[in-house]
Design a protein around this ligand. Structure first.
Ligand code: C2E
Ligand code: CA
Ligand code: CA
Length: 557
């Protein structure tokens, strides 16, 4: 019900005021419509159904603790009757996690010319944060946690903090009811106090989060505490039930990781989010570079989405020559994706392709690249016969990929033989049967299939057995160092021998100098790629430098 409860200016003021604090929750009721507008932070914290509420009984009053509900109603009635015009009351109410918190609710009512209530506005503040002791668990509160850290920091003390969050606490509330949820929190607190009181000072944070400050503690102390916590929570008796609780944890060390309370608290919650996201079982220690990497990752994700939305702005590709080991002609060019963005000047495909994969953007961007390569083949007569295009497993799983490639080459009037499709990350694929089917059907259309990154994953040979590859690409991590690693040399010889017996060609990547060239040639590589010939080049430069009619050196001069 997105009905404005306020005029435009008032609404702007309300939004500004609401955004000014996420620990104070603002509300405003318009008695003409009986709609109450709540600040976004209140919607989130108390689990309201939206910013605009009509059923105050259901959304608010029903969440008030039974011991306080009558006092609340009496207060409200007195205001409606006009006996009081100011509201200032403390009570307990359930938050979104189903946990009771103490709040103070202040507000004022205004009457119209006839003496009827017109507007009611005010704010709710969370007292749990200001009290020293949490009423449900009898542990110290977050307020006390903050003032303790503040004191330690100003005394120049050091220490370690562990923050833990019980997994799926909401499920306990949903399944067994709130009273049982509260009893669980209380039982947890008792268990913590009996097991760890001498090791750490224990606090109840928001919801089902607890923290432990180990004064003078170190990283090792946190790890020890974590181990004991796992054991301590394996069996927790609550009323007549035994619960097996799991939790996520994060940790930070002060003053090393931060010298203000806010910084340390942010670190802890930041690392806790990470622990939850990655479902980690060990405590995640805050490290700055990991924080920076994460914010960078988020910014880059947004920028990539924007580029895709703006017609693939900033995406382009480079071409690297692939030379025939027999006759020295340039038989193909591998298209390597690039992305330029003013905020990320040094970003390479190893940085942005994983994000494209994660977000699924690799599907549209991959199609954009296929189109751009086909167009280049159709419009640049100087290009070699083929272009190699990289495709990840995720791209190959896209059911529309095959028809897209076929339509694209038809659009530019090209035969399928002019594209080689390189399967990247082949070693990470579990289900080779499905993959083999997809690749076979592309091969049946006339496309060549290359297995990329060969030699980097332990499963390489198994994959080769199942997949209908025409070409195997020996990864540059293996060939580049071949001159000082005799084992790599034998491995390359072995792979070439195996492939030739099964009618598969071998392309050696990472050929940086003549010495490597002669080793891979002698081992039997059919195609050569690497800095020895050239680095990946922009399209025009590539066409100026590599012609299909020219012969390039393939043996020691
Ligand atoms: P890749 O497919 O194995 O590509 C070869 C990489 O090795 C390229 O890095 C290339 O610049 C580099 N390289 C070539 N010759 C040499 C050499 O002699 N020495 C050394 N040290 N390196 C050499 P680049 O362009 O940074 O690409 C990295 C990876 O990004 C590619 O590895 C590929 O897995 C991925 N990638 C690039 N473009 C695409 C794309 O369009 N789609 C997908 N799915 N992945 C792509
Ligand atoms: Ca490749
Ligand atoms: Ca490769």
């Amino acid at each position: 019900m997105e009905q404005p409860v306020l005029g435009e200016l008032d609404s702007t003021l309300f939004s500004l005021l609401s955004a000014s604090s996420d620990k104070t929750y603002f509300y405003m009721t318009d008695f003409h419509t009986n709609i109450t507008r709540w600040s976004k932070s209140a919607v989130k914290y108390f689990g309201l159904s939206g910013e605009y509420i009509t059923d105050i009984d259901k959304e608010w009053i029903s969440k008030i603790h039974p011991d306080h509900i009558n006092a609340y109603r009496a207060h409200l009635q007195a205001m409606m009757d006009g006996t009081i015009d100011y509201h200032n009351i403390e009570y307990q109410i359930r938050n979104a996690e189903g946990v009771y918190v103490w709040v103070n609710c202040k507000g004022r009512i205004s009457l119209d010319a006839n003496g009827n209530p017109e507007y009611f506005a005010g704010y709710v503040s969370n007292l749990g944060r200001r009290n020293k002791i949490d009423p449900i668990t009898n542990l110290f509160t977050m307020f006390e946690f903050r003032s303790d850290i503040d004191r330690h920091l100003s005394n120049g003390a050091s220490g370690a903090i562990l923050l833990m969050s019980i997994k799926s606490f909401k499920r306990i509330n949903d399944q067994y009811g709130y009273r049982f949820g509260d009893a669980t929190l209380f039982a947890l607190a008792q268990k913590f106090l009996s097991d760890f009181k001498n090791r750490a000072k224990i606090y109840r944070m928001d919801g089902a989060d607890f923290s432990f400050i180990i004064e003078n503690g170190t990283k090792k102390d946190v790890e020890d505490l974590h181990r004991y916590l796992v054991r301590s929570l394996a069996n927790l008796a609550v009323n007549d039930r035994i619960l097996h609780l799991d939790f996520h944890a994060s940790a930070t060390v002060y003053p090393y990781d931060g010298d203000t309370v806010d910084q340390l608290q942010n670190n802890l919650y930041y690392a806790l989010d990470f622990a939850k996201k990655e479902n980690r079982t060990d405590p995640v220690f805050y490290v700055e570079k990991f924080y920076l990497a994460q914010t960078m990752h988020l910014r880059m994700t947004e920028a990539l989405k924007e580029s895709v939305a703006h017609n693939f702005e900033g995406f382009y590709f480079m071409l690297q020559p692939i030379i025939d080991g027999e006759d020295g002609t340039c038989v193909s060019a591998e298209a390597l994706m690039r992305w330029s963005h003013p905020d990320f000047p040094k970003v390479g495909p190893m940085d942005f392709i994983p994000i494209l994969e994660e977000t699924g953007l690799i599907i549209p961007v991959g199609k954009w690249l296929i189109d751009a390569c086909a167009k280049a083949l159709a419009t640049h007569a100087d290009l070699p016969f083929k272009i190699n295009i990289n495709l990840s497993y995720r791209q190959l799983q896209d059911p529309s990929l095959k028809s897209f490639i076929i339509e694209t080459i038809q659009k530019y009037d090209l035969p399928a033989e002019r594209l080689t499709l390189e399967l990247t990350e082949s070693c990470h694929v579990d289900d080779t049967t499905e993959l083999a089917k997809i690749l076979q059907s592309l091969k049946d259309e006339g496309f060549s299939i290359a297995l990329d990154d060969f030699g980097t994953g332990y499963a390489s040979l198994t994959v080769l057995k199942d997949i209908p590859a025409d070409i195997v690409k020996l990864d540059h991590t293996m060939t580049r160092t071949i001159t000082n690693k005799p084992k790599d040399r034998s491995l390359v010889e072995f792979i070439c021998g195996f492939c030739h017996k099964t009618d598969i060609q071998v392309c050696a990547e990472g050929v940086e100098n003549e010495e490597i060239l002669s080793i891979v040639k002698n081992a039997g590589a059919n195609q050569i790629q690497g800095y020895y010939y050239d680095r990946p080049l922009p399209l025009e430069k590539f066409c100026n430098r590599f012609h299909s009619s020219k012969i390039y050196p393939i043996a020691s001069r």
